[in-house]
Write a protein that binds this ligand. Structure first.
Ligand code: NI
Length: 170
């Protein structure tokens, strides 16, 4: 397995629209394994292939405290959504930024699993937030895109400053 580089906002590659995966083969499973290792190390509770510069429809989610409940969703599609919730979201591509985002409270998602088999998952609360957040990445959307232009501008400035500081200290 390998640790992958996570793209940081405002990297334009984060706005790429991901393509569906045609065949779930060993190269896809290798990417899943590497992404899982990368996500757990970060540590994060979700990761989209977009964030590691692979523009295919693949997301991982694990909201368990014990980090042993990995959900692999390939070509995910929301087939039902209801209610509303607001959650303070963060993202591995936007370090140290947390903002409230409104999303559906309950969703039903159809996807392919690690073996390439079709399945459905029903989620609410944090799991529903996380799946919707990761699916947005596949559409080239980062959670800060929901914020006001002023807030987004401040975040961009903060991220650029962060990169500069890390270059100086390196
Ligand atoms: Ni994210």
């Amino acid at each position: 397995m390998a640790i992958l580089n996570i793209l940081n906002y405002p990297d334009p590659r984060l706005h790429t629209i991901a393509k569906p995966i045609e065949v779930v083969d060993n190269s896809i499973r290798k990417l899943v394994d590497d992404m899982a290792e990368t996500m757990y190390l970060a540590p994060g509770i979700g990761l989209a292939a977009t964030q590691v510069d692979h523009h295919i429809q693949l997301i991982l989610v694990d909201i368990s405290e014990t980090k042993d409940d990995l959900n692999v969703l390939i070509n995910p599609q929301i087939i039902e959504a209801s209610g509303h919730q607001e959650y303070q979201e963060g993202c591995l591509s936007v370090p140290d930024v947390f903002e409230l985002v409104k999303r559906a409270e309950r969703i039903k998602v159809k996807a392919l699993n690690y073996q390439g088999k079709s399945f459905e998952i029903e989620a609410d609360g944090l799991l529903a937030v996380c799946i919707q957040h990761e699916m947005d990445h596949l559409l080239g959307k980062v959670f800060v895109d929901y914020l006001s232009p002023l807030k987004r501008h401040r975040i961009k400035t903060k991220m650029k400053k962060r990169v500069k500081e890390s270059l100086i200290s390196a």
